[in-house]
Design a binder for this molecule. Structure first.
Ligand code: IMP
Ligand code: MG
Length: 184
């Protein structure tokens, strides 16, 4: 029997596991320094940011609180509409907290723009963003991203938490799929 492997569907690896871990480690060192006198709340948006949060939180050396949120943006097809609803909320109060949002990728930026406003309206003392990936070509909303990972071209990517049809989140690198995968 042929055993399938998520790597079989990859056309091109854009960022390797080693590069991803190296960058996350760099950002984590900076964050540990910048937040050394506080007890920040790290917020990841499910499910895409889980892999980044897992590695990032272990590389941060200061005490942190970790929480998650599930958001959905309704729109036609794969485009984010900017109309966001909370499907699963945080388990804690953000009032007075220094919040650091940990995101997988910023595409249109609409999700993040909404989330930053929402957390500020709940009374967060500060809200900053770490995004592992950024696709500047598709940006609609202007969001200030203090901690940046990699800038990528306008291509659909999978891996390290990012999915296509819920698959490939478990791939340990960032990659572009073979075109035939989308035709299946
Ligand atoms: P936006 O910035 O509001 O458009 O939405 C960003 C979200 O869309 C990300 O958090 C991802 O979950 C998803 N997304 C955007 N681009 C990609 C991609 O290339 N591959 C997989 N998911 C993506
Ligand atoms: Mg996401």
């Amino acid at each position: 029997m042929q055993i399938s492997d998520v790597r079989d569907d990859i056309a091109d690896e854009l960022i390797s596991r080693e590069e991803i871990h190296g960058k996350i480690k760099e950002v984590a060192a900076q964050v540990s320094e910048d937040y050394k006198n506080t007890y920040p709340l790290l917020v990841a948006v499910l499910k895409g940011a889980v892999n980044t949060m897992a590695i990032f939180s272990q590389e941060v050396s200061i005490p942190v609180q970790i929480d998650f949120m599930t958001l959905s943006s309704y729109g036609a097809g794969t485009e984010s509409s900017g109309k966001i609803t909370v499907r699963q909320d945080l388990g804690c109060d953000v009032a007075g907290r220094d919040v650091l949002i940990v995101e997988d990728i910023i595409d249109s930026g609409l999700t993040l723009e909404w989330l930053v406003k929402e957390l500020k309206s709940r009374g967060a003392a500060s809200v900053e963003v770490f995004a592992l990936l950024e696709k500047p070509a598709r940006r609609i909303a202007e969001v200030d991203v203090k901690y940046k990972g990699f800038t990528i071209p306008d291509e659909f990517v999978v891996g390290f938490g990012l999915d296509y049809d819920e698959k490939y989140r478990n791939l340990d690198s960032i990659a572009v799929l073979k075109p035939e995968v989308y035709q299946a």
